[in-house]
Design a protein around this ligand. Structure first.
Ligand SMILES: [Zn+2]
Length: 445
């Protein structure tokens, strides 16, 4: 059971400095905390939820009335400091152990706040009693007075303005741990604890966010991280959500947002490539560098087999089976398969020359403008001289040497193609063949 106490209020503003009034920020912090504990499903009450004047006696009464005078009631009294120091401090009651106060200070530190100390404070006139009434008069409850920083210290004040919700969240974590409340980060956020060897760059990469987002979300002013530091990472806010439409595939969506299929699957915890119309997909931020897609999308046509497709794209039946999680080798016309683009020597890298166009290159390699654009993540048809292009379909046809007795018709039959397609591919103006003549045979379509 938790009671949140927003210090001061109404005619008692508390302290102030650098544009912050204690009663106002204490209320904001308290309301944040109250809502978070509600979200976590814990029993929580708030002493004041508006700019209300409350006498010390009334405050104590509200605290003790919340759940009764019990030792398992934790009271979080939120305050801001002043008086020439800097950093956060936590004061706990003479009757309590330091555990909760220490945890709170530790979590505040992990959240980037400068911390001072956790301690007990005695009444000078009677050192057996607590100095603060919030400790002294609150029965057997467990109160902690949290001073989040010094308002008369410019750096503290700036950090508080930017990060007070993060510091409130730090207290939520500490109290949750102390009371055994199952902690989950706020909606749309995930928590990352900095590990040895981490850098902003490596974390951003790992979590699929940009370094800039990570810095701005955590109000970091430098790139330095410390081990154990807690970073909040947006899971929704900087990501778009895409609703799957008829005809969409992972490939087409990944391509549209210029991300890899793997990143898309990872962001959505997808274990298969099957999408449902209306399904919501999180679109992670595109990586900073242009990456080549690892796959092609292939729509199965009449006459195709796994073998013919594997052969055409210079990959293996097994690779296609695994990538597409096929449980059977039977294909259906219209089925979309992901085809790995193999990195062996048959996968051509083409350097653009003067006079080239996507169309002329596609013609030359027996592929299509679309396939070249997909394979290279191109969004326009403009090419630059010297630009390197990956040509996805290195093997689009078979080489065939005409033998005695062959006719175009026979060859077309043999390779499951048409006379017309062979003539087109070879720019033939006549159907007469000569023994030993080299023909390109389109792979069955
Ligand atoms: Zn105060």
């Amino acid at each position: 059971m938790i009671v949140i106490d927003a210090g001061h209020g109404g005619s008692d503003p508390g302290t102030s400095g650098n544009g912050i009034i204690e009663k106002e920020l204490a209320l904001k912090i308290s309301q944040y905390m109250y809502n978070r504990f509600k979200d976590l499903g814990s029993d929580v009450k708030i002493v004041r939820n508006s700019d209300e004047t409350i006498s010390p006696d009334d405050r104590v009464k509200r605290i003790l009335d919340a759940y009764g005078n019990r030792s398992d009631v934790v009271v979080i009294s939120n305050h801001l400091n002043a008086g020439g120091g800097n950093g956060a401090e936590v004061i706990y009651a003479l009757r309590n152990q330091s555990t909760l106060a220490r945890k709170i200070l530790e979590e505040l530190e992990k959240s980037g706040q400068v911390t001072r100390r956790y301690y007990q404070r005695r009444l000078p006139s009677n050192t057996s009693k607590d100095y603060y009434f919030i400790h002294r008069n609150t029965g057997i409850t467990e109160p902690v007075l949290v001073e989040y920083g010094f308002l008369d210290n410019k750096e503290d004040a700036e950090r508080l303005k930017a990060n007070y919700e993060k510091y409130a969240e730090a207290v939520v974590r500490a109290v949750s741990e102390y009371l055994g409340i199952k902690y989950v980060p706020p909606a749309g956020e995930t928590i990352y604890v900095v590990q040895k060897g981490d850098s902003l760059w490596s974390i951003a990469r790992k979590l699929g966010v940009s370094v800039d987002d990570l810095k701005s979300f955590n109000n970091l002013t430098s790139d330095n991280l410390s081990i154990g530091q807690i970073l909040l990472v947006p899971t929704e806010s900087s990501e778009d959500v895409y609703t799957v439409k008829a005809g969409d595939t992972l490939y087409s969506i990944a391509n549209k947002f210029n991300i890899s299929i793997d990143a898309l699957k990872q962001a959505n915890n997808l274990t298969s490539n099957i999408l449902n119309i209306g399904q919501q997909l999180k679109i992670p931020e595109a990586p900073p560098t242009n990456i080549n897609p690892e796959y092609l999308e292939y729509v199965v046509k009449s006459g195709d087999s796994l073998w013919s497709i594997a052969n055409r794209y210079n990959t293996s039946v097994n690779e296609i089976r695994e990538l597409n999680e096929l449980s059977s080798d039977v294909l259906q016309i219209g089925q979309v398969l992901l085809i790995p683009i193999s990195e062996n020597e048959n996968n051509i890298t083409y350097t653009v020359k003067a006079g080239d166009s996507l169309y002329s290159i596609a013609q030359k390699y027996g592929t299509t403008v679309d396939e070249i654009k997909k394979a290279n993540n191109l969004t326009s048809n403009l090419l630059n001289i010297g630009q390197q292009l990956k040509i996805p379909t290195a093997k689009d046809y078979l080489d065939y040497t005409v033998q005695s007795g062959d006719s175009l018709y026979k060859i077309a039959q043999k390779f499951n193609t048409t006379v017309n397609d062979i003539m087109k591919l070879n720019n033939l103006t006549t159907s007469l063949l000569q023994i030993g003549q080299q023909l390109k045979i389109p792979i069955s379509i």
